[in-house]
Design a protein around this ligand. Structure first.
Ligand code: ADP
Ligand code: MG
Length: 259
């Protein structure tokens, strides 16, 4: 057996925001995402999900505990994980291509090399004809695909903060199936690990190998639910008894994490 470290590993992570109002955001969070696995983190609004991803991204230094990416301590440094923040961060004054290559350019890669890397990915993400478009000319789904393309171009496990949260229900469902498809297009051993934050139970179950359920603030992990459904999954899976049973388990865990 390989002894390679987990893609994402968080242990005993506690974070309290100090300031005028002290906010205990995370309490003793421990979780692991193995290499190549798709995990999600579900919890109510305000429970600390984004804070956890910001710790993994190196933007927040936790009060205590540790976060590791591919075995290396994050230690408040950027660039270990490919992070997609919760808010749409496309720059309106850059065309689609300019937005896609932003992170690579900031790392100092020459623009033509960035574009050579980005072009096939943009094509695979259905944006091949839109590389010169401005973000304002793209639909909501296309904007999210572009933000995801930018994230995929960055190194490390993918940490995605409610990537489809702002989309209408139908577009959202299309995008979930699309994400499953682009993620699983790579051979199993080359798949990127994903930690997806969501408050949508169907989304978490449809996409994940494992769902981590977080309690209300301060967030702690109250359940780890494996999703043994065969892949590729389809929308029809959502209506099966097996899916309903998994959904009930997530709901029970969320209920235990209230108050
Ligand atoms: N920079 C900050 N300073 C103070 N409090 C914050 C800060 N960021 C988040 N919080 C608070 O921490 C809690 C968890 O927030 P967040 O991680 O964004 O939750 P979620 O993503 O689950 O909705 C909330 O009560 C939020 O108001
Ligand atoms: Mg959030």
């Amino acid at each position: 057996m390989s002894t390679s470290p987990a893609a994402i590993s968080v242990s005993g992570l506690t974070h309290t925001f100090e300031g005028e109002h002290t906010v205990a955001a995370l309490r003793d969070v421990t979780l692991e995402v193995p290499r190549g696995a798709f995990a999600s983190l579900i919890g109510r609004s305000g429970c600390g999900k984004s804070t956890l991803l910001r710790v993994l991204a190196g933007l927040v230094t936790p009060t205590s505990g540790e976060a590791r990416i591919d075995g290396k301590a994050v230690g408040g440094r950027l660039g270990h994980a490919a992070y997609m923040p919760q808010q749409d961060t496309l720059l309106p004054w850059r065309r689609a291509m300019g937005n896609a290559v932003l992170a690579l350019e900031l790392q100092g890669m020459p623009r033509d090399e960035c574009e050579r890397l980005a072009r096939p990915l943009l094509e695979r993400f259905g944006l091949g004809e839109f590389v010169r478009a401005w973000p304002s000319e793209l639909s909501g789904g296309m904007r999210q695909r572009l933000a995801l393309a930018r994230t995929f171009l960055a190194r490390g496990p993918l940490i995605l903060d409610e990537p489809f949260g702002a989309l209408d229900a139908l577009t959202r469902q299309e995008m979930q199936l699309w994400l499953q498809e682009v993620w699983s297009a790579a051979p199993v051993e080359e798949r990127r690990a994903v930690l997806l934050v969501t408050h949508d139970i169907d989304e978490a179950l449809l996409l994940s190998d494992v769902v981590h359920v977080m309690s209300d603030r301060p967030g702690r992990i109250v359940a780890r639910i494996e999703v043994p459904l065969a892949r590729p999954r389809t929308i029809a899976d959502v209506t099966t008894g097996e899916f309903a049973a998994l959904k009930a388990a997530v709901l029970r865990a969320l209920g235990r994490g209230t108050g």
